[in-house]
Design a protein around this ligand. Sequence first.
Ligand code: NAI
Ligand code: HPV
Length: 427
Amino acid sequence: MSKPNKPVVLIAEKLAPSVLSVFGDEVEVRHVDGTDRSALLEAVKSADALLVRSATKVDAEVFGATTQLKVVARAGVGLDNVEVPAATERGVLVVNAPTSNIVSAAEHAVALLLAVARRVPAASQSLRAGEWKRSSFSGVELQGKTIGVVGLGKIGQLFAQRLAAFDTHIIAYDPYVSAARAGQLGIELVTLDELLSRADAISIHLPKTPETKGLIDAEALKKTKPGVIIVNAARGGLIVEQDLADALRSGHVGGAGIDVFVTEPTTSSPLFELDNVVVTPHLGASTAEAQDRAGTDVAKSTLLALRGDFVPDAVNVSGGGAVGEHVRPYLSLTQKLGQLLTALNPTAPASVTVQVKGEISVRTPGCCSWRRCAGCSPAWSRTRSRSSTRRSWRRSWACRSSWRSRRRARSSAAWSRCARCTPTARC
Ligand SMILES: NC(=O)C1=CN([C@@H]2O[C@H](COP(=O)(O)OP(=O)(O)OC[C@H]3O[C@@H](n4cnc5c(N)ncnc54)[C@H](O)[C@@H]3O)[C@@H](O)[C@H]2O)C=CC1
Ligand SMILES: O=C(O)C(=O)COP(=O)(O)O
């Protein structure tokens, strides 16, 4: 009997060697330069999976060039280079590695802030040029200062925790985070205007969306304290570069640390001409540790997707959201409950319900029912469609799965259980 061909995984950007270790010989790995558009469009035709970082644009044209593609894996956080709705439309699963590089990105934002506050790059350059100019490079301390974090998500929180060690006062703007959660972290939640007017330094940690694009423009910069330091290690275009350059030139903004640019790659920006600016070429995730994790995470997710298994880091299943950190620990629990059900009751169920109570119930736990389904029905997984987007899962599994939630749990903070499982011949 002839062996079926191995799935083809197309790697479009430089990834860590950990990717290849995870893949082993289960897939055929091919390489292409994702920034070479025609080469990408040709190579993707025969690829089952496409692995990228931030430089490869994966849009409707790419999805239109292939009927073979099943998964796009982004070895990092930001998905602004992947057109997720176009992927979903084509039944292509999109995954990222949402926690792989967050520590590195937060540390890079801290590095930029300190480099600007103490003028490290300019002083280094001056000394290397043969000058000993101590009085030209006076800086400012962070101790006692108010630090504004715009976007209090994973990286924003890590940045805030690290800055707190400098004996600072942290304020944050994030309309999607509760004041209670911010309070737990010792952070004061404020409006954007209040943050702009109170902060001595501001660090941006937002995703790039139509809502956040250009959020920090001339108008916003006018509201900041004179001498404020601005850091952006999130995405280019969140700050209007020309407006920031003007505010720096006028002296109103005291300095800026910028890792990301509206156009990338780039070697020209109005910011590059200014002394009080420290720039890096999108290096937030460029550490050995972050790349190793990103490579491992996306390679594992890719294998899961190609095998047709549940992919926890998928962003276009279960109502379009990735599985949150607070929900993730419950996935294996629900899967085990499903396995237990299968063992106790060999007839596959037609309908299953997962009940979720307590804190977790407000954290979108709908995915648990899918995971429980995976545990419950190993026999189905052999027959399901190769695409793992939600619609296809529903179609091929022909199993109704639902979840119920209650805000208040009787005792523990959170728990979940399989509530109902009706065996019929349908599955
Ligand atoms: N420079 C680099 O190499 C890296 C950059 N990044 C970028 O850092 C950014 C943050 O990443 P994470 O913290 O992982 O994302 P996250 O999704 O955990 O956090 C983003 C936060 O922004 C908030 N937010 C969304 N829209 C908002 C709005 N209109 N106003 C205020 N807050 C809003 C969300 O509620 C969320 O709390 C992303 O743009 C990501 O692409 C991530 C890794 C490396
Ligand atoms: O993960 C992210 O969002 C990043 O910005 C890192 O991008 P990169 O993988 O270094 O091209």
